[in-house]
Every structure is written in structure tokens, then in C-alpha cells.
Design a protein around this ligand. Structure first.
Ligand code: AMP
Length: 218
């Protein structure tokens, strides 16, 4: 099973991609996490990616495609994977199709989780991320047990630079211009599954799992 999550920033696709990966026993590959790790480790890719990420822009296709090609070659991908945050442009989608095709493979499903912009701005600016383990909380909808502290590792929670209100608006603009064309790209291939992202997290999870009912062992 090879599935990808598509949707605007803040719609909850990361949370759902992790849950689906756990349920299916498949690796969850988040491009944003890979890039953030590269930034933290100050690798060549990280140094290149940082200025785009801080501004809320997309990292250039050739950098992301190179990173993802390498990632998908790893042994943990042989049984399949759940992609989160890739592809994010039609050029990346075409590059992924090409790589998969060369291996006699294809994407099986694309889960498109959607919600209106005003809901997303509210969600993202209230999001708090653990500075240590990357766990995500929300001041209103998913508060930590102790204000400002991670439930898992007790380290401080921070507002990610790219979750600041002005950067969120830029990320949404980039999403509508650059990523939204992938909706038709995958709809035309018959792969797209529409999921309303405004609902409660567990409800969204159930709707997604229904789409994989043949794959999930009960
Ligand atoms: P995310 O955590 O998925 O919101 O990603 C954070 C940032 O990483 C984005 O705002 C982009 O700057 C960069 N990024 C993540 N995935 C991609 C991608 N597929 N293509 C280009 N840039 C990406």
C-alpha cells in the first residue's frame, strides 16, 4: 500500500497520516520533519531549505525530490508507506510517478483532507510543538496536561516559526497556487479520496480508515 496525504497546512493531515501508518503497520514519511531535521543538523540540504521554510515558501522541487528519492529507497519502504507533505507541486507528483514507474510501482490512494482557510489559520496559530520530540498540541483543541509542557518528554512547547500568523497566510497562498493543482492531477487518475478535515480528529480518522477497510486487519 502506497498512499499520500494531500491538503492545506493545518488541516490535520500529519496527525491522520501517523495514525493510518500505525494502523496499517506502514512507515509514515513526513517531508516537513525530514527537512526540519536537516535544518537542525545543518546539512547541505538543511542550509538550503531553511530560508524557504522560515518564509513559508516551498523548498525547491529538485532539493525535495532528491531527498525523497533517497528516503523511498530505504528498506523500511519495501512494504509500502504513507506520504505526508509530498508531493506538494505537480512537478513533484510527476517526479514521484516517474520513480515509482521505474520500480514497476504506483500510488494506490491519495487522501485529500480539506477545510476552509479561516479554520486553518485558527488551528495553526494555536498549535504548539515540542522542542524535543516534535509532538503536536493545540491551545484549544488538544491542550497538554501542563500548560506549555510536552506530555511525552516534559520539554517546553514552542510556536513553530512557520506557524506565526503572517507566515500561515503565506503558506496558505503558496498552497492554493502550488499544491492545489495536484487535486485535479490525482482526481484525473482516479486516486483521490475526499475527506472533510473540519470534523473531530477521531471522526476524520474513522472516515479515512473506512477507505482502507480491505487493508486493515480487524
Ligand atoms: P510541513 O511541516 O509539512 O508544513 O512543512 C514545513 C515546511 O517544509 C513547508 O512550509 C515547506 O517550506 C517545506 N516543505 C515540506 N514539504 C515540502 C515539499 N514537498 N516541497 C517543498 N517544500 C516542502
Amino acid at each position: 500500500m502506497r498512499a499520500a496525504f494531500l491538503g492545506p497546512p493545518g488541516v490535520g493531515k500529519g496527525t491522520q497520516a501517523v495514525r493510518l501508518g500505525d494502523k496499517l503497520g506502514l512507515v509514515h514519511i513526513c517531508t516537513g520533519d525530514i527537512l526540519r531535521q536537516a535544518v537542525a543538523e545543518k546539512t547541505e540540504v538543511g542550509l538550503e531549505a531553511k530560508r524557504y521554510m522560515d518564509a513559508g515558501d516551498l523548498v525547491p522541487d529538485e532539493v525535495v525530490v532528491r531527498v525523497m528519492e533517497e528516503r523511498l529507497e530505504r528498506a523500511d519502504c519495501t512494504r509500502g508507506y504513507i506520504l505526508d507533505g509530498f508531493p506538494r507541486t505537480v512537478a513533484q507528483g510527476q517526479a514521484l510517478d516517474k520513480v515509482l514507474h521505474e520500480h514497476g510501482q504506483a500510488l494506490d490512494k491519495v487522501i485529500f483532507v480539506n477545510a476552509p482557510d479561516d479554520v486553518l489559520v485558527k488551528r495553526l496559530s494555536g498549535r504548539r510543538t515540542c522542542s524535543e520530540c516534535g509532538a503536536v498540541f493545540h491551545v484549544d483543541t488538544l491542550p497538554p496536561k501542563v500548560d506549555g509542557i510536552c506530555d511525552n518528554c516534559q520539554k517546553p512547547l514552542v510556536l513553530r516559526d512557520d506557524d506565526r500568523a503572517e507566515t500561515v497566510r503565506e503558506r496558505l497562498r503558496v498552497y492554493h497556487n502550488m499544491t492545489a493543482p495536484l487535486i485535479d492531477y490525482y482526481r484525473d487518475q482516479g486516486l483521490l479520496i475526499d475527506i472533510p478535515g473540519e470534523r473531530d480528529i477521531d471522526e476524520v480518522q474513522s472516515m479515512i480508515e473506512e477507505q482502507f477497510s480491505g487493508t486493515i486487519a480487524t
